[in-house]
Design a protein around this ligand. Structure first.
Ligand code: ZN
Length: 202
């Protein structure tokens, strides 16, 4: 086998698979011995985003109300006109559909604004401008697997560190669109924020 063949063989073996995902190390509570490595898969990409002109300062959590891969394909389909930055499947796989710096169309028009100090003011604004949208794959009766929640922990803490997002700036869609949205269902946002606070302060 010549050098070119060897190169091609390696490329075949690793490149084609490796290019579709990004590996990140995420914070672990109490410097846990097991390091959590999160694979962010890039098998899907969505055209449903615009240019983000505002700084990222928040995360909005959703549920898909449909199962993967159907929901992920829908969020990647121009026809749907909706998207999210990330989808986390029941198996715990993380797919990135829109780059963080893109303005994905996941939140629509929110019902209130939240200042940096955590105070809520009743100003309608576009949450898509400044938040990262994470969709949890869930169908009726809406439950989440351990693997999925572990990936959510990892992705959330990674994004918080990367974009300097405060734990008080993590919201459920239902919190920013009360009465209009109920996702993520069966998911206590206060508990989640407390839990993330614990991970981040480890
Ligand atoms: Zn939603």
């Amino acid at each position: 086998m010549g050098i070119i063949e060897i190169f091609n063989w390696f490329r075949e073996l690793f490149w084609s698979k490796g290019i579709s995902q990004e590996q990140i190390n995420v914070p672990q509570k109490n410097n846990a011995k097991e390091k959590l490595v999160l694979n962010i898969k890039k098998d899907y990409s969505s055209p449903n985003f615009s240019v983000r002109k505002t700084q990222i300062d928040s995360i909005v959590v959703h549920h898909t109300a449909g199962s993967h891969p159907g929901c992920t394909i829908w969020l990647s389909d121009k026809e749907s006109g909706v998207s999210a930055h990330y989808v986390i499947t029941q198996e715990g796989a993380v797919y990135q559909l829109v780059e963080d710096h893109g303005r994905a169309w996941h939140a629509g028009r929110g019902a209130f604004d939240v200042n940096k100090d955590g105070k809520i003011s009743q100003i309608e604004r576009m949450w898509n401008d400044r938040s990262i949208g994470i969709e949890l794959e869930a169908v009726l009766p809406y439950s989440y697997s351990d693997e999925q929640l572990k990936s959510l922990d990892g992705l959330t803490s990674h994004l918080m560190l990367k974009h300097h997002i405060n734990v008080n700036m993590i919201f459920g869609h239902k919190e920013i669109s009360p009465g209009r949205k109920f996702d993520p269902a069966n998911f206590e946002m206060d508990d989640f924020r407390e839990h993330i606070k614990g991970i981040m302060s480890a």
